[in-house]
Design a binder for this molecule. Structure first.
Ligand code: ADP
Ligand code: MG
Length: 623
């Protein structure tokens, strides 16, 4: 085309496209839900803008917020069209090729090591999945602020952009035309597309239409003479009852003289049920529907179901509905971006209208691994995002969400038969349901345990609730995870403190001289081996009125030894000699203690100083 401008794809994007084109991945279906999801995002954006500027939607067909799918069997083109926000020329250049997103290289890496293309949407590069099924793609787009443009690429390292002077004007929005490869012919079948929308895009909040064919049988006269005769009779029929009867008779007679032929007509067929799932009563929504809803919300179409969900309505001063999910797996960048972003994964709606999915005020950082949505009736609709962010009811919403989220997490543990303490379950109690829930909390802990620890550090209000969710290994946990409640239930009579020790690994800690005497006396000691545990224990001072005692620090008391006074006296010379030898710069004091069983001596940290492990961590951070 004479007015086309050529652009090179950004290098990582180009690599990604190569991988997609050459992929042997069999589930090529995924491109459709990615395109529908993009269309839905674009519709959300224009609807949001229209809240504060009614004009923006325009008029006529432009006001229809919907998605349309059309097939051209002859030309082998599948097109998906939305009346969303559209893209300016600059948007097309940036969004579809020249700017790599943070997920691009992460996804490329993942794909090179036996990756699952199914997760492409989570990495923010879903659009490129079109090349699973097409060898040539056109994106026609019209944004309110610009002319209509065509982006096109054969995925050969470059793309072209031209001002669109030949297609029909879109009004506003985007049409993606996929020129399907021969192997992808199945996507020209209407039934296939209907199935896919049902399977993956059922919970899209805009109507999705398919330009669907319909076979209708129509009657046509056998020849022209009869046709003109029929016309005549219909014209001559009068309002007179008697005569009408006659005409009816005549009609039935005529039927023998017509023939039936099949004809194909087309009409827009609605493929999804647009009623929002969160407005339905939780009792009416099946587990399968929640799972599907989670998948489309989180763009997580992996094999695993969400670990838990909570669907509730909050009433009172601040009214809202919410659905929260615990994903089956942590996203690839959960802790990577933890300290420099506030990214919440909740979508905020106000009275059914999508407002934002970048609303930090809904959940604290440590719960950012949750997915879900909040639909509020209390928040105002026609104000800017900035003003919404200041709104006083957000605090109340946040508080309730945290409470519900922690309840939901606790429920994973409560329903997990591996977790139950005290009462042993009989065989009769172990239902099939139990098996499904078995081990779920360990799974949760392995994926998101660090978030709970960060919560204990950051959220003083909920510290105790979070501490309940804490899991760790100990000298008595037998290689399994155990909880503070379980620890307390095993405490020895007269034991006041909860004992713990920190270090790099359980194996290293098991050999620690600090444990000798405690194990000998049958005290349980918690192993904290994650670097974050050191920080955690600076915030977690007590639990259920029991203090935490680091066994490598000063202050450990295991009950008074009757002989200790005598011993102190008789070893006075030795302790004095030691102190002189090591000098006061290096140590505080040398003491006789009852901590040890076999080792002759041990270096103990002062109560308020860093533990040896903390020293190690700090050193590794400054180096
Ligand atoms: P993501 O949807 O996660 O952002 P994609 O690769 O699916 O990633 O899409 C890339 C970008 O292209 C989108 O963020 C959006 O800006 C733009 N885009 C894609 N499809 C459309 C569309 N139908 N309408 C408007 N913009 C779109
Ligand atoms: Mg997308």
């Amino acid at each position: 085309r004479s007015n086309a401008e050529k652009f090179e794809f950004q290098a990582e994007v180009s690599r990604l496209m190569d991988i997609i084109i050459n992929s042997l991945y069999s589930n090529k279906d995924i491109f459709l839900r990615e395109l529908i999801s993009n269309a839905s995002d674009a519709l959300d954006k224009i609807r949001f803008l229209s809240l504060t500027d009614k004009e923006i939607l325009g008029e006529g067909d432009n006001t229809k917020l919907e998605i349309q799918i059309k097939l051209d069997k002859e030309k082998k083109i599948l097109s998906i069209r939305d009346r969303g926000i559209g893209m300016t020329k600059e948007d097309l250049i940036k969004n579809l090729g020249t700017i790599a997103k943070s997920g691009t290289s992460a996804f490329v890496e993942k794909m090179q090591s036996s990756g699952d293309l199914n997760l492409i949407g989570q990495f923010g590069v879903g659009f490129y999945s079109v090349y699973l099924v097409s060898d040539y793609v056109e994106v026609i787009s019209k944004h309110n602020d610009d002319k209509q443009y065509v982006w096109e690429s054969k995925a050969d390292g470059s793309f072209a952009i031209s001002e669109d002077t030949w297609n029909e004007p879109l009004g506003r929005g985007t049409e993606i035309r996929l020129h399907l490869r021969d192997e992808a012919k199945e996507y020209l079948e209407e039934d296939k597309l209907k199935d896919l929308v049902k399977k993956y895009s059922e919970f899209i909040n805009f109507p999705i239409y398919l330009w669907a064919s319909k076979e209708v049988e129509i009657e046509v006269p056998k020849d022209e003479d009869e046709a003109s005769e029929e016309e005549e009779t219909s014209e001559t029929s009068t309002s007179d009852d008697e005569e009408k009867e006659e005409t009816d008779e005549e009609d039935t007679e005529k039927k023998t003289e017509t023939k039936k032929v099949k004809e194909t007509t087309y009409e827009w067929e609605l493929l999804n049920n647009v009623k929002a799932i969160w407005l339905r009563s939780p009792k009416e929504v099946t587990d399968e529907e929640y799972t599907k809803f989670y998948q489309s919300l989180a763009k997580d179409f992996g094999e695993d179901k969400p670990l838990a969900w909570s669907h509730f309505t909050a009433e009172g001063d601040v009214e809202f509905k919410a659905v929260l999910f615990v994903p089956p797996k942590a996203p690839h960048d959960l802790y990577e971006s933890y300290y420099n972003s506030n990214k919440s994964n909740l979508k905020l709606y106000v009275r059914r209208v999508f407002i934002s999915d970048e609303f930090d005020e809904l959940l604290p950082k440590y719960l950012s691994f949750l997915k879900g949505l909040v639909d509020s009736d209390t928040l105002p609709l026609n104000v800017s995002r900035e003003m919404l962010q200041q709104h006083s009811s957000l605090k109340t919403i946040k508080k309730k969400l945290i409470r519900k989220a922690l309840d939901m997490i606790r429920r994973i543990a409560d329903e997990d038969p591996d977790e139950s303490t005290g009462k042993e379950k009989t065989d009769a109690d172990k239902t099939g349901d139990d098996d499904e829930k078995r081990g779920q909390y360990t799974k949760f802990w392995n994926e998101f345990g660090k978030s709970i620890k960060l919560g204990i550090i950051e959220d003083a209000t909920n510290r105790n609730r979070l501490a309940k969710l804490l899991r760790f290994e100990s000298t008595k946990s037998d290689g399994k995870l155990t909880s503070l409640d379980q620890y307390i239930s095993r405490m020895k009579a007269g034991q006041k403190d909860i004992f713990y020790i920190t270090g790099t690994s359980k194996e290293q800690l098991e050999k620690s001289p600090f444990l000798e005497r405690l194990t000998k006396k049958n005290y349980e000691v918690i192993f904290f081996t994650d670097p974050v545990d050191e920080y955690l224990m600076q915030y977690l001072m007590d639990y259920e009125d029991k203090k935490f005692q680091n066994v490598s620090k000063e202050g450990l008391t295991l009950g008074k030894d009757a002989k200790s006074k005598d011993l102190k006296e008789s070893f006075k010379d030795l302790t004095k000699w030691w102190k002189d030898v090591l000098s006061a710069d290096n140590i505080d004091s040398v003491k006789i203690s009852n901590r040890l069983a076999n080792s002759p001596c041990v270096v103990v940290t002062s109560k308020y100083g860093w533990s040896a492990n903390m020293e190690r961590i700090m050193q590794s951070q400054t180096l």
